[in-house]
Design a protein around this ligand. Structure first.
Ligand code: DGJ
Length: 689
């Protein structure tokens, strides 16, 4: 039973999730200290937890607070830094009460002198172990100058003392997103951050910490995931003599926000999860949480998409798209998406961004005939857009040069030949909504691939009283425009993309249906990218196309089966140049698409288990295993693959061969796989008898 309770005698709050507990206490010195985050505890247990040890020396200060601010004898990383109108920065809190409303707890703090209040917010859900935390800051003055919020994290999470500490996180870059790293956590402040205005290809806004002893199946893992799509920062602290903790929130160092009289500032959610079931258990718990509480349409099966980008690049015209659409429909695609190149003077990445009307030479009759043809072929119709950007060589920029992010007396740096629109401006966001709404209405568009192809720079807002708001309002307006479009067009679905996986986070996933994880579609590279993706994000949010061989980016040649099987571990799509595929390949593709459709509910809605060189899914009585073989150089036989998450007592029948296996044998001994040769792959379907 999940619950929030408070013991007024001891000042202890206890949050209970399905299988974990979280406790904190208002101590005699008026400080709100963390007590416990881990396995279950009763309120009685929590009440008895010992008071904090006093600082070890006159060089040590307060530690273990729920929301450490800058001020007093504190020497760690603050979650909150404020500059008051008198230029001072020390915050001194008084406890000002709390509210419990079902699974939600709000603890109110008030500064002793300045009219600043903070609500520390916690939410537990009935069906999961994730605890959501966020903070609301208020300037309660009726008038007068603003406070400067130099840093306002969502939450600080404190772990128990661990014998050793290991940090799991992703690193990467464009075409190399999501590489999972598991490294000893140094005795230091370790910062994961993006200063790019998007959550970034380079590191995703989440982390896991364990004592170095967890694996996929076993062990205690503490994790935190920030639901934010702009710049962000999470800092983990590990110092001798104190327990590990991490604080995180939106924004990077530097930009500050003015909090005027009567104004409040709400941070995004920084959710935490304790799991005693290893990294695999932690990932599945995040997947369940995202499905139940983040995604707009979690239970809807995602269609098989055909996307034209790798086939045509910018060379998009009606005839070429019709030809692709016919082949895409023949291999079984259910949604046809015209990617970049359909509008304005977009013949390369040098021009046209911002001019969102179909190019007259390429689509002399507009998009309607193509959309009609796509529908006649039995597919839905989707379109690529990049609403936050403009090429200097565009009518939009010539009309509105002031609409881009810029600073007086500074250059306007182009990246990929484009500038960033100041999406924080209400008129820019309104313009974007209006042309998107017109476009979706005019063509009954079923699906938008919303792209974003560069980082923010010279992020100024000349004339605005609080210009650094650009960093947060840009993100919020992206969310708002997506939500307005969805509200206006309830059947519309959105794929989020930022030059591949530049915006993969729980913020965007509350407004989009799935994410394009990388511009690298080489199936071997994708295995690593998808492995990182799966740490937090469920398969139903992972768009994955089968493209050509040799791969246009890496030059690697791979068998069609292998390319399909790797893409089938998420939301299958096809992005290859189908006119160049021969009949055998097209037939094989059609067979594989049909095979995917049979297992799609298991993959998209099931529980995912990462196995060595394989991924397994369990949904109700069905089990799917997709396994592959990477070049080992030795040609040794593949050992039996030990499955997970089955009923040891139950029998499972292989739907292909009819062979029956006992769950215990599949888990304890393993499934023998026919995988001969480099880049061999297989898909096994089991059904519980
Ligand atoms: C980057 C995306 O990741 C690609 O899939 C493609 O849509 C291009 N942008 C188009 O410019």
């Amino acid at each position: 039973m999940t619950s929030v309770s408070f013991d007024s005698h001891s000042g202890v709050w206890l949050l209970r999730t399905r299988t974990t507990a979280y406790a904190m206490r208002l101590d005699g010195d008026g400080l709100l200290r963390h007590l416990h985050w881990g396995g279950p505890l009763s309120l009685e247990d929590a009440r008895r937890l010992p008071p904090p040890a006093p600082p070890a020396s006159s060089f040590d200060g307060v530690t273990g607070e729920e929301y450490p601010c800058e001020g007093g004898a504190r020497f760690g990383v603050p979650s909150l830094q404020v500059r008051f109108p008198d230029r001072s920065r020390d915050v001194e809190w008084d406890y000002a009460g709390h509210d419990i409303d079902g699974g939600e707890l709000t603890i109110r703090l008030r500064d002793r002198h300045h009219p600043l209040e903070a609500d520390l917010c916690y939410r537990v859900r009935h069906d999961c172990d994730v605890i959501e935390r966020w903070t609301v800051l208020r300037n309660t003055a009726a008038g007068g100058p603003a406070f400067e919020l130099l840093r306002a994290d969502s939450a600080c999470w404190t772990l128990p003392a661990l014998p050793s500490c290991r940090l799991s996180h992703t690193t990467g870059g464009w075409t190399a997103e999501g590489r999972l790293h598991r490294v000893p956590l140094p005795h230091a402040e370790t910062t994961l951050t993006s200063r790019r205005g998007v959550s970034s290809h380079h590191v995703n806004p989440w982390l896991m910490i364990d004592a170095g002893d967890a694996d996929e199946r076993r062990g205690e893992v503490w994790s935190g995931v920030l639901a934010w799509s702009g710049s962000w920062r999470i800092t983990v602290q590990r110092t001798a003599g104190s327990v590990p903790s991490f604080t995180g929130g939106a924004g990077h160092e530097g930009p500050a926000v003015l909090l005027g009289p009567g104004e409040s500032w709400q941070t995004p959610v920084f959710a935490g999860l304790y799991s005693a079931e290893g990294f695999g258990g932690a990932s599945r718990a995040w997947h369940r949480y995202i499905a139940a509480h983040v995604l707009p349409h979690p239970d809807e099966l995602r269609p098989v998409v055909y996307n034209s980008w790798e086939a045509t690049g910018f060379d998009v015209d009606e005839e070429g798209q019709r030809r692709l659409a016919r082949l895409a429909a023949a291999v079984g695609a259910e949604l046809f998406v015209v990617d970049d190149g359909w509008y304005g003077e977009r013949r390369s990445d040098e021009a046209g961004l911002g001019d969102w009307t179909p190019n007259r030479e390429r689509f002399p009759r507009g998009l309607a005939p193509l959309a009609a043809e796509v529908r006649r072929l039995g597919m839905k119709f989707g379109l690529w857009v990049e609403p936050e950007m403009v090429n200097p060589d565009s009518d939009l920029y010539r009309r509105h040069p002031d609409w881009v992010l810029h600073l007086p007396h500074r250059a306007r740096t182009t990246l990929r030949n484009q500038l960033v629109l100041n999406f924080a401006r209400p008129d820019v966001a309104e313009w974007a909504y209006s042309w998107l709404d017109d476009l979706v209405t005019a063509h009954g568009i079923d699906y938008l691939k919303w792209d974003m192809n560069r980082a923010l720079a010279q992020a100024g807002w000349p004339g605005h009283a609080d210009p650094d708001r650009v960093w947060s309002e840009h993100v919020r307006n992206v969310y708002r425009v997506m939500d307005r479009l969805r509200a206006q067009h309830p059947a519309l679905r959105i794929e989020a993309c930022a030059g591949g996986g530049g915006r993969l986070d729980l913020g965007i996933l509350a407004h989009a249906d799935l994410v394009w994880p990388s511009d690298n579609t080489d199936a071997v590279d994708r295995i690593a990218i998808q492995h990182g993706f799966s740490q937090i994000h469920p398969a139903r949010t992972m768009s994955a196309w089968v493209t050509d061989s040799p791969n246009p980016l890496t030059g690697r040649s791979l068998p069609l089966d292998f390319r399909f099987h790797v893409a089938m571990t998420g939301v299958l799509g096809i992005g290859g140049n189908l006119p160049a595929w021969d009949d055998t390949e097209l037939k094989q593709a059609a067979t594989l698409v049909a095979a995917y459709k049979r297992v799609r509910p298991v993959i998209q809605l099931g529980e995912q288990y990462r196995l060595p060189d394989a991924v397994q899914y369990v949904h109700q009585d069905r089990v799917v295993v997709i396994a592959w073989r990477l070049p080992s150089g030795r040609g040794l036989p593949v050992p039996p693959l030990r499955l997970a998450g089955l009923d040891p007592e139950a029998a499972y029948r292989d739907e292909e061969t009819g062979e029956v296996h006992l769950g215990a044998a599949l888990m304890n001994h393993g499934l023998t796989l026919a995988l001969a040769g480099d880049h061999a792959s297989t898909l096994v379907r089991l059904v519980r008898e």
